[in-house]
Design a binder for this molecule. Structure first.
Ligand code: FE2
Length: 494
């Protein structure tokens, strides 16, 4: 796609300076996420369909579903654990027009399953009714349609978040939306009573001790990064600009019980590159440097301290915590990202543990490689967000140059280093594993993930024992429609 910035109307430049578009590009990294056009069909795993002219994100189970449906009393194989009472809701990209410049730039669609007392009561899928959806325009057509993409003008397609009694969706670009958790109808833009002046990350963190939601937004104009806190009633109580040198893509961050951790890595937005391509405007510039910052939880932006590290890229962490003078963060590490074009390239992912020393006047940094398996989309028991954790769950990605090829579900025991993986079979693909508590201890509970079989074209919501993932699903709930591969989920209990 081409976006001629040289002749930009003021509104487009304004949007670029105010929003964080590329986040949408960042929601879903894998070692094999390439731009379209690679016709190597030698890889095992998920094939492309017989539409060589169509990009991978419009084919197979990436293709959008055309209908919004609802179904009741879903078929259940196995028994649904009694602790799972609530609604599972997952967001994803589903271009209404069936056209999209990238997988990450389709209209947000929610897929939800309601579970009560051992029964799967209903399934429902609904678009987020954004102005882009209503106008039926793609991301790159929005401006011409009079919808400069900032504030509510976004696709709200990356994450579902539940906080202070509200279900929110985030596209990482612009403001979040509030959604009715039963009907999945769109209530409207949620801008914290007009006080949110930045974008809203797809990865806010809710402190389990206070119920406060910590989040950030990034954009193209100074301040490029802004930290926010909403209290347990959902009121925005703290907004702090964070000084950084240039606009970079920052997809997630972490908290401990006393710290906020940002990582600013060298995927840099450049206005000149945006002349040719918005997507290509974010590129790998290792000379910009890489740094990790720590500031007090709910503190001031000018209290942040940074430590320089070797260039690398991280989209997703598993969790973080404070251990004495160290801040410990587990992350999926990519040696580089967005080196050229729209492709993310083969990035040789590894799971790493950071130790950020905070005792001296200067932060220190060291890291360990936990595993060199290709593991991404980390999740944890959110009762332990920001607290010492033993377990993490991630999605194994398969080496497939044609497309994103999600494989099995991995349980990482950080205490022993042991990794157990449920490999669902070469035609089956998991998504992010969302943890639902089932007992008092860390990890005692269940994982929920959509699983799609590209051979049978069937989708299920699988339930795995979080501490025994290798056993495979204890329950599968049939989804009466295809649930395309998507992004991030939440679960509203009771
Ligand atoms: Fe993400």
């Amino acid at each position: 796609m081409t976006l001629p910035l040289a002749n930009l109307p003021v509104s487009r430049r304004y949007f670029l300076e105010r929003t964080a578009l590329a986040a949408a590009l960042a929601a879903f990294p894998t070692s094999s996420l390439l731009g379209c056009g690679d016709d190597d069909d030698s890889a095992a795993g998920m094939p492309l369909s017989a539409e060589p002219g169509s990009p991978w994100w419009l084919q197979n189970n990436f293709a959008p579903v055309e209908r919004e449906i609802e179904a009741t009393d879903l078929l259940v194989r196995g028994s649904i654990p009694p602790e799972i009472n609530g609604t599972y809701i997952r967001n994803g990209s589903n271009p209404r027009s069936k056209r999209s410049p990238h997988w990450f730039l389709g209209d947000g669609m929610l897929h939800a399953v309601r579970i009560e007392n051992g029964r799967a009561l209903w399934y429902r899928n609904r678009y987020v009714r954004t102005p882009f959806y209503e106008a039926n325009v793609t991301f790159d057509e929005a401006l011409e349609a009079g919808l400069p993409p900032f504030a509510g003008n976004n696709q709200s397609n990356v994450a579902a978040i539940y906080h202070a009694g509200k279900l929110l969706t985030s596209g990482e670009v612009g403001a979040p939306y509030e959604i009715d958790p039963v009907e999945l109808s769109t209530v409207g833009v949620h801008d914290f009573e007009g006080r949110l002046g930045t974008s809203f990350t797809a990865h806010p963190k809710i402190d389990p001790a206070t119920g406060y939601m910590h989040f950030f937004g990034y954009g193209f104009g100074n301040p490029y990064l802004t930290y926010h806190v909403a209290d347990d009633r959902g009121e925005l109580i703290n907004t702090q600009p964070i000084e950084v040198g240039r606009p970079t893509m920052i997809h997630s961050f972490a908290i401990t019980d006393s710290d906020v951790v940002f990582w600013e890595f060298p995927v840099v937005f450049d206005f000149e590159r945006a002349v040719d391509s918005i997507i290509g405007a974010f590129q790998w510039e290792p000379e910009y440097g890489a740094r990790i910052g720590v500031m007090p939880l709910n503190g001031r932006g000018d209290e942040i301290r940074w430590v320089e590290v070797e260039p690398r890229y991280v989209f997703h962490e598993v969790n973080a915590y404070r251990d004495g003078d160290d801040v410990v963060v587990d992350v999926s590490h990519h040696p580089e990202m967005f080196r050229s074009g729209t492709g993310l390239g083969n990035s040789d992912t590894s799971l790493r543990r950071w130790y950020i020393g905070t005792a001296g006047t200067q932060l220190t940094f060291r890291e360990e490689i936990v595993s060199d398996l290709e593991l991404e989309l980390g999740s944890h028991d959110r009762r332990f967000t920001g607290r010492p954790h033993r377990y993490g769950w991630l999605v194994e990605t398969r080496d497939n140059p044609q497309t994103v090829d999600l494989g099995g579900t991995a349980l990482v025991d950080f205490a022993t280093g042991r990794i157990d993986i449920w490999e669902p079979g070469i035609t089956r693909h998991t998504n992010e594993a969302y943890f639902v508590p089932g007992g008092p201890g860390e990890g005692e509970g269940w994982l929920l993930t959509f699983v799609h079989d590209h051979a049978s074209h069937r989708s299920v919501l699988a339930v795995l024992d979080a501490l025994d993932v290798a056993r495979g699903p204890v329950t599968e709930i049939e989804i009466p429609a295809r649930a395309p591969y998507g992004f991030h989920a939440t679960f509203i209990a009771a």
